[in-house]
Design a protein around this ligand. Structure first.
Ligand code: DLL
Length: 433
């Protein structure tokens, strides 16, 4: 099923014509209403009317998270406050939060895109959606909520937390779809087990997981543990929230970007040069329809590549590959670049460990050290110390051979790594302190 057949299956040529038209309108608007964009474009010596082809966008300067911070809180809004009906913010671990705004039309666009996304993931109006993304300033909860209502599904606004109560709701309300971060859904599964409830006996058909990087192996683990199909959803507050891109359940191979609303580019993060399809780099977005908070060539810091191949589902929108990590989450351990998700894939290949892990980076005598703390599966910990040590050595060897980085692996008891109710904290980097 496709929610918006006309736009989602539009031939490329027609789609690109719409993108160009919307891009020109967006540029005219931001230059008229947002001093930041007007000055940036003027400094670069470029006017909206100079953009005659989509490719011409390369001449426009990038926008970064720092630019948004410099204009905190509402300096990047392109409409007067009396037309803003919603404000969200992403917490951000350092510095000011990033604040984003929506007009009534933006909220409606977002709901439509989320309805599209839910349908691409496999949902219909008959589904009951257990929405365990956090409600609040985070865009996950309300984003999915409005999309579910737009679709006509029944949504349970359970949010994150109160985990034991969630299990009772799942058992009694019989939801058919679950939406959560991948790390939280694993925690839900764990608590369900403690309560003697098996996900296999619940009514879930599939789940839509995102808001944090997760590996293909993690998908397999979730699908096996919960006995469901798991699809990947991507988005970020600055661009709209969840519903920027999603995997179709037919292929589960890359996430279709809703290109009639967002124009993607992949750039070399160091030089800023635009890379051809298939090459891996930093994802950059320009919004094409947003009113309150348009973004022009916004650098997401997310690392991925674009796949323009046709898809079995019939959608013509380009697919982005699974995000391997954020450029600012990339660890450089003695010169070797490592993403937490790469370590995750290796851990998931080892059946004796559980999918709960944390990476601790330190500096000892001017040398970086990486410690991988991972929980052993239930039942193994009481076993012989020698067996545990052998397992630690084996995982360490796998990491070295696959990624070329030396890591100390430390097996820890079940339930010792902090569980997340939203985005998991995978890395503790003591070098920054
Ligand atoms: O995480 C929006 C969202 C909510 C997406 C629910 C999906 C589901 P922010 O809090 O602004 O917005 O965080 C955005 O999270 O730049 C990525 O680094 C990361 N991220 C989001 N989805 C994925 C994903 C929401 N599927 C930041 N895979 C983004 C990997 C993801 N990383």
């Amino acid at each position: 099923m496709i929610y918006d057949v006309e736009y989602e299956t539009m031939p490329r040529e027609a789609l690109e014509a719409i993108q160009l038209r919307r891009l020109k309108t967006t540029l005219e608007r931001v230059c008229a209403t947002v001093p930041f964009y007007r000055e940036r474009m003027a400094t670069a010596g470029i006017k909206p009317r100079d953009i005659q082809r989509l490719d011409d966008i390369r001449h426009i300067p990038f926008t970064t998270k720092q630019d948004l911070r410099d204009n905190y809180p509402f300096g990047m809004f392109a409409v007067p406050m009396d037309t803003v009906v919603r404000i969200h913010a992403s917490s951000g671990t350092t510095g000011q939060p990033t604040v984003v705004g929506y007009t009534a039309r933006d909220v409606n666009t977002w709901a439509t895109l989320m309805a599209r996304a839910l349908v691409a993931g496999g949902a219909t109006a008959n589904d009951i959606i257990h929405n365990a993304y956090g409600y609040g300033l985070f865009t996950g909860g309300l984003g999915v909520h409005y999309g579910a209502e737009k679709l006509g599904a029944s949504v349970i606004p359970v949010s994150g937390g109160n985990t034991r109560r969630q299990i009772l709701i799942m058992r009694d309300f019989k939801p058919t779809v679950i939406t959560a971060t991948p790390s939280y859904v694993l925690h839900l599964a764990e608590v369900a087990e403690e309560m003697g409830v098996s996900f296999k006996d619940l009514s879930f058909k599939f789940g839509i997981f995102g808001a944090e990087p997760w590996s293909e192996k993690m998908r397999q683990e979730i699908e096996r543990k919960l006995n469901i199909t798991a699809v990947d959803i991507y988005g970020l507050s600055e661009v709209i929230g969840p519903g920027v891109a999603i995997e179709c359940h037919e292929a589960k191979k890359g996430l279709h970007i809703f290109e009639d609303h967002f124009l993607p580019e992949i750039i070399d993060p160091a030089s800023g040069e635009v890379l051809p399809p298939g090459e891996t780099g930093e994802l950059v977005f320009t919004s094409l329809t947003k009113e309150a908070f348009p973004v022009i060539r916004y650098r997401t810091r997310d690392i991925t590549s674009l796949n323009p191949e046709p898809c079995v589902c019939g959608r013509t929108h380009v697919r982005m590959n699974r995000v391997s990590g954020r450029s600012d989450d990339m660890l450089i351990i003695r010169g070797v670049n490592v993403f937490p998700s790469q370590i995750e894939s290796i851990l998931m290949e080892t059946s004796e460990v559980a999918p709960h892990y944390q990476l601790v980076v330190d500096r000892e005598e001017n040398l970086d050290t990486l410690t991988v703390r991972v929980e052993v599966g239930e039942g193994l910990f009481s076993d012989e110390v020698r067996q545990l040590q052998a397992l630690e050595r084996q995982i360490s060897k796998n990491i070295k051979e696959t990624l070329g980085v030396s890591a100390k692996v430390k097996l820890v008891e079940p339930h010792t790594i902090q569980r997340s109710e939203g985005k998991a904290v995978r890395v503790i980097d003591n070098r920054k302190i």
